[in-house]
Write a protein that binds this ligand. Structure first.
Ligand code: HPA
Length: 236
């Protein structure tokens, strides 16, 4: 079975899927962490891999950038491939002055002005929640691995460069830690299909400082988040 955007057979996609944004990152994760892994999709260069992390079969599937792209892949994975759990593993810009570079955020809810949820589910909500079931697992695994997790809401924007304009005005009365671009479509699809979705984010930029991570540092620091997500899969 295949969909318009995914060429995999149904049995080639695991029940648990980790979704980085970048297809190169899915390859990096698969090659570094999975045993017996194989390429299960390369339509549009969205290289997805399925293999074993310890004894657990997982798929690493890239979402691409933005709600529309995440919306397509998570929709097809939940609906056509019977996936039950998706954890997004991405990066975000930090608004909150209590954040430092490399902090790890577990998203409680995603605030967005995107029309995605309205178009797909008729949901008028601007705030969509992640799965408490999955979040509890991730939090307890983080405690056991001694990893510090910050819980809070995120702003999910459709426009990366809105930052250069009026981002502070748009979110000043919203209780958000930072900005990314994919969680809202993911949570919307999870709600529509009554599945579980969560979102882990590494803070890659800070808007109150000029400090930035180099791409090499970014890759290395992302390992912390990837390991937490993979260890959490073992509990599913
Ligand atoms: N904006 C939107 N998404 C992001 C950013 C940003 O600054 N950084 C990482 N993901």
């Amino acid at each position: 079975m295949a969909t318009v955007h995914i060429e995999s057979k149904r049995e080639e996609i695991a029940n648990v899927v980790l979704m980085p944004g970048d297809p190169k990152r899915s390859e990096y994760i698969a090659k570094k962490y999975l045993k017996d892994c194989r390429l299960v999709n390369s339509v549009r260069g969205m290289t997805a891999y399925t293999g074993y992390y310890k004894d657990k079969l997982v798929t690493i599937f890239p979402s691409g950038m933005g709600n529309p792209s995440m919306g397509i892949y998570s929709y097809e994975l939940f609906k056509e491939y019977n996936v039950d759990y998706i954890i997004r593993i991405g990066s975000c810009g930090g608004y909150s002055e209590r954040l430092k570079l490399n902090d790890l955020i577990l998203v409680s809810a995603s605030y967005s002005e995107s029309n995605y949820a309205l178009s797909m589910g008729g949901y008028k909500d601007k705030l969509l929640f992640s799965s408490e079931y999955l979040n509890n697992i991730i939090e307890s695994v983080a405690r056991s691995l001694n990893k510090r997790l910050i819980r809070g809401n995120i702003y999910c924007s459709d426009a990366f460069y809105e930052l250069e304009y009026n981002y502070r005005d748009r979110v000043k009365d919203k209780d958000v830690l930072g900005i990314e671009m994919e969680s809202f479509a993911l949570f919307s699809n999870a709600r529509k299909f009554q599945k579980n979705a969560s979102c882990l984010l590494t803070v890659s930029d800070l808007f109150f400082s000029t400090e930035k991570l180099s791409s090499a540092e970014r890759e290395k620091k992302l390992d912390d988040m990837i390991e937490l997500a993979l260890e959490s899969c073992l509990k599913l």
